[in-house]
Ligand binder design. Structure first.
Ligand code: AHR
Length: 506
């Protein structure tokens, strides 16, 4: 059966925030140390200790923001431990992640330098769980205040004259769990209290993000929304927080046994894809609750942790969450992006967990050599980057998409999304069927389409992945299976593949 659809290229939907292509770096395993940061004395080429090959690879993705320092680590992080001369910075134990010692050599200044090298916006996750309001308030001041104050003098003494620009500010992380085991009601008050003292200095306007729900806990979102609607009556200048986060991981097995990253059956593959596709239900559910209190969509959703979570690679530290990344992970990413594009009206940011060496990474670095590997997921981010800040376009399907039963659920095996930026059209298509190719025919109405270019990411097996020995086992190539004739885009998608079609519109 051919999938038949219509896209009106002249009817623009909501803008796809570039921040849904956001990233996440936690002090966890080898994400920061060994991943982003090797120290100035390393033989790996670096600037101020920051790995330049990692920076170069990520610059090619135009990553819009980087969330740091956690995760669960954020709620044990005390920022003053990570500023000033490195030799004097205290050592702590990273109790959440492997019980290893953290020497605090990568701190605020190093993170901001990393963001500058990447050309990306910082998203700082503040400590609500074990920190104080004063500590968080002074961190904002240290980073963003101009002129003179004790925190400004402290920053200058540590070598930074000018304030930085910081917009995205997280009010804790998973405060229902590792961030303090709070109830929704208790946290809603804490969020207001912390937000009150995270001040805007000069023209630096914070975008405060309240720590949100796990998965489908709509009560959590509703509790945070109610607090804001109450404030509406005695509105301070604007809501105390501008967005509410949510975390959702794709786990095919159970938390105890999540399954292996590279060894899995076809059934496990389909279960994975069904779990990934549930992100649509997740965002619809949380957005539905928010609509009740905020019909004009002033408050955003920030999905600041998403991605696959497998058992760690054999022989690696269980607390380091190091996993390989196959074509299956790439398709999980492509399906997420289609869903993100469809929720552009409410979803303002999403951050894959995590960028380097942890969970569904873009980059894997070898601990013993200088080798760096780009994962299949990296390539999806790269192929899709044209959607950043583009106008979403609706894809109206005639009839039903092909589907298959997976356990108690039904998985649609074709996923498509599209956007337009100026005269550039970008269509992303995924065929999730493990074995069957799929024809797709899309009427492109409302414009002339020329200069069609297509790329494809696929491999012989779903389990295929990249290693230092075979770094391009799963890599994009140009694709001749897409044509446009008489305003019709015809694509023949191989089994288990992801393709992008870009074109000029007039
Ligand atoms: O990304 C790994 C961990 O998953 C984060 O630290 C935490 O927020 C989540 O539970």
């Amino acid at each position: 059966m051919t999938v038949s659809a219509v896209i009106n290229v002249d009817i623009k939907g909501p803008r796809i925030s570039r921040h849904v292509y956001g990233h996440f770096a936690e002090h966890l395993g080898r994400c920061v140390y060994g991943g982003f940061y090797v120290g100035e004395d390393s033989r790996v080429p670096n600037e101020g200790g920051i790995r330049l090959d990692v920076v170069e690879a990520l610059r090619a993705l135009d990553i819009p923001n980087l969330r740091w320092p956690g995760g669960c680590f954020a709620d044990e992080y005390h920022w003053r431990d990570g500023v000033g001369p490195k030799a004097e910075r205290p050592v702590m134990v990273n109790t959440h992640w492997g019980g290893v010692e953290e020497n605090n050599h990568f701190g605020t200044h190093e993170f901001m330098a990393l963001c500058e090298l990447l050309g990306t916006e910082p998203y700082i996750s503040g400590n609500v769980g074990s920190g104080t309001v004063r500590e968080m308030s002074e961190w904002v001041e240290y980073l963003t205040r101009e002129g003179d104050s004790p925190a400004v003098r402290e920053r200058k003494a540590n070598g930074r004259e000018e304030p930085w620009k910081v917009k995205y500010w997280g009010l804790g992380n998973e405060t229902w769990g590792c961030g303090g085991n709070m109830t929704a009601e208790h946290y809603a008050n804490e969020a207001r209290r912390y937000a009150t003292y995270c001040r805007d200095f000069g023209d630096n306007k914070l975008y405060r993000i309240a720590a949100g729900a796990a998965d489908f806990n709509y009560h959590w979102t509703e509790t945070l929304m109610k607090q804001l609607s109450h404030l509406g009556c005695q509105r301070v200048e604007r809501p105390l927080y501008q967005a509410i986060s949510v975390h959702y991981y794709t786990i095919a097995g159970t938390w105890e046994d999540k399954g292996a990253a590279t060894v899995f059956t076809e059934d496990e593959y389909y279960t994975t894809m069904l779990k990934a596709a549930r992100t649509d239900e997740l965002l619809t559910g949380h957005a539905g609750v928010m609509d009740l209190y905020d019909p004009t969509k002033e408050i955003g959703i920030v999905l600041d942790e998403w991605g696959t979570w497998w058992n760690v690679e054999p022989g690696t530290n269980p607390g380091f969450l190091y996993q390989q990344n196959t074509l299956r992970d790439a398709l999980v990413a492509s399906v997420h992006f289609d869903i993100f594009h469809r929720h552009a009206d409410r979803l303002v940011m999403a951050n894959i967990a995590q960028t380097v060496n942890v969970l569904q990474a873009m980059i894997l670095t070898d601990p013993d050599t200088e080798a760096l590997v780009l994962t299949p997921t990296y390539h999806v981010f790269q192929m899709n980057k044209g959607h950043q800040d583009a106008s979403s376009l609706r894809v109206d399907v005639r009839g039903e998409l092909p589907s298959r039963e997976v356990g108690d659920g039904v998985l649609k095996t074709v996923s498509v999304s599209a956007s337009r930026k100026d005269d550039r059209l970008l269509v992303s298509l995924s065929n999730l069927d493990a074995a069957i190719e799929q024809d797709v025919e899309i009427d492109l109405r409302g414009g002339n389409v020329t200069d069609v270019e297509a790329r494809i990411l696929t491999a012989a097996a779903l389990q295929d992945h990249n290693t230092p020995e075979a770094p391009a086992a799963v890599a994009p190539r140009s694709f001749d299976g897409a044509t446009v004739e008489g305003g019709k885009l015809r694509v023949r998608l191989p089994a288990h593949s992801f393709a992008t079609v870009s074109a000029t519109l007039s």
